[in-house]
Design a protein around this ligand. Sequence first.
Ligand SMILES: Cc1cc2nc3c(=O)[nH]c(=O)nc-3n(C[C@H](O)[C@H](O)[C@H](O)COP(=O)(O)OP(=O)(O)OC[C@H]3O[C@@H](n4cnc5c(N)ncnc54)[C@H](O)[C@@H]3O)c2cc1C
Length: 371
Amino acid sequence: MADVDLAVIGAGLSACALASALRRNQTVDSLVILEAGRGPGGRCATRRRRDDGLWRLDHGAPTLSFSAAPQGRLGALVDDLCDRGVLAPDAAPVVGLDGEGALCEPPAHPLLCGPRWRGQPTMAAVAETLLADAGDAVFTSFGERISKLSWEDGRWLLPGGWRAHTLVLSGTLLAHPRSLAMLGWPDVPLRSAVAVGVDPGLDAALESIAVMTASVRWNLMLELPPVTGDPLPRQIWLTEEVQDRCGVERLVLHQQSDGRLGLVVHGLDDGAEIRPDTQPDLLVHHEKRLLAALPQLLVPWPALQAALPEARSLGVMRWGAAQPLDHALPRHLQWCPQARVGFCGDWIDGAGFGMAEGALQSALELAEMLQ
Ligand SMILES: Cc1cc2nc3c(=O)[nH]c(=O)nc-3n(C[C@H](O)[C@H](O)[C@H](O)COP(=O)(O)OP(=O)(O)OC[C@H]3O[C@@H](n4cnc5c(N)ncnc54)[C@H](O)[C@@H]3O)c2cc1C
């Protein structure tokens, strides 16, 4: 057994910001971060390729969206990351596309209404930097999705032989019944670990999490050759009417360092049940339909449209909970002291709900609660 003060599940933006804040305040001496993905970033990660050392594709969030200019500790964090060149204001063009295939104003979506910052050189750099700031006292384990939790004699026992005084979940997976069907799990691990009645705060938090819903995205990733001609936008948002017709929310373009172009087609979900046995066919289905929708969507950019026959598909990434849609976790349930469980992430109530702002803000607030 390896003992640590704190175990954090996940290494997305909120988990890395939490680790950085806790180490800066010296609230914990040791912590472990257990992440299912291959590296930090979560939904703000950047896809790399084993066969292509230069390739970097922001295949989740292409930008950090805020509802308003960040203030206080959040403002200081953004300023610090900007000063160090890890964030830069995102001034890249965002355009809308209407039902006639003409350019228009982008829709009034919460992700587009306030200021935005972009990770430099990629989105993953933000989480990577925050994690590095947390220093050597942070152990990390990547590549294993935790599916079992136990709480014995006031200690959290985790796969890999970790034993922690405090547990933080930065995602809802271990606390939400959606995991039962989507991942074929037999139970909700956090519920099974702590019996009903032991921590009334945790009981209330689990009830609140159980009714949350989240959007699903099927993001098709494409590699295109260099495209010459007019400058291209960073994001192309479809109007609601076109989204409904094509099942696509937006297109995101990511210029590569060698001139090639990455294109991510943010595909909407059609409600088909996602289970371990249905997922392979669903991935094929969404890849086909998104590839078929593209030529029509690229009419205003003839050079880009002309490059499509040379596009190489890098597959589809399913984001099982791309953005929380409703029922934010109330802030007073973010820390459950009896069972010593905390929550952070963009699904905590606040102005930045469902976006990067909420992930960072929730981490800073939980760090205060843990002090
Ligand atoms: C396609 C897409 C587009 C988006 N666009 C925007 C945008 O334009 N602007 C914006 O601000 N936001 C956008 N978002 C939302 C933004 O990405 C999130 O708000 C933010 O990244 C949330 O960070 P987080 O730390 O709360 O969660 P996450 O990034 O989801 O981090 C949670 C981490 O925990 C890990 N994890 C969960 N359960 C387990 C487990 N059981 N075992 C091990 N690891 C586990 C996950 O793998 C993940 O890495 C977008 C998201 C998606 C998916």
